[in-house]
Design a protein around this ligand. Structure first.
Ligand code: ITT
Length: 190
């Protein structure tokens, strides 16, 4: 990472869709940040909280600047929580078609999206905020959206995240829940 580091709150992510969604949520909630487009090494764990906390701690050690990041994933009940922490890799390799193929004979399509925000105030104080949305996997891809948006139907809705569009997704999403908790906390404690 050879980027110049500004002395402001950093959001480290290599995912532009995530950055856009987070910018909308935090702008609305009055928390400003500088985006840092960087890939970082993640430890292996079945827990997004453990991965996010460790990533934030390591990045703080390198950057010596307050920062936050988000680890998120889709957990499918009948697949034992797969892809979960491997969501990014699974999306890049088998994609939505591959996930639908794995689910082809499975009637119970219950799944959940999770988001964990890790805020590193310094190398010791890592604060975690999580958001979970339960839902189900659609029978086929519906709508245009990034990642698993075309195959995930939240809660009691009929539409996938992709069909809902970003503004409606932003009102219910796992990311919205986690980042609202973070910004509410940050405004008084950050
Ligand atoms: P950074 O780690 O650099 O932030 P990433 O895309 O690798 O970017 P994650 O490790 O958190 O991020 O991977 C989560 C993956 O889960 C992501 O790449 C998508 O494929 C999927 N995902 C997470 N949230 C999603 C959402 O709101 N809509 C669609 N897919 C999502």
């Amino acid at each position: 990472m050879n980027q110049k580091i500004p002395s402001t709150l950093l959001f480290v992510t290599s995912n532009p869709n995530k950055e856009l969604e987070v910018r909308k949520i935090l702008n609305k909630n009055g928390v400003s940040f500088q985006h840092m487009d960087a890939n970082y090494q993640e430890i292996q764990s079945s827990s997004l909280k453990t991965i996010a906390a460790e990533s934030a701690r390591c990045l703080y050690e390198q950057l010596k600047n307050p920062l936050f990041l988000e680890d998120s994933g889709l957990f499918i009940e009948q697949l034992g929580g797969f892809p979960g922490p491997y969501s990014s890799y699974v999306y890049k390799t088998i994609g939505n078609s591959g996930v639908l193929k794995l689910m082809s004979n499975i009637g119970n399509r219950t799944s959940r999206f999770e988001s964990v925000v890790a805020y590193a105030e310094n190398h010791k104080n890592i604060h975690l905020f999580s958001g979970i949305v339960s839902g189900r996997i659609a029978d086929k891809k519906r709508g245009k959206g990034w990642g698993f948006d075309p195959i995930f139907i939240p809660g009691n809705c009929d539409e996938t995240y992709a069909e809902m569009g970003i503004e409606s997704k932003q009102r219910v999403s796992h990311r919205y829940i986690a980042f609202t908790k973070f910004s509410d906390w940050f405004k008084t404690n950050g």
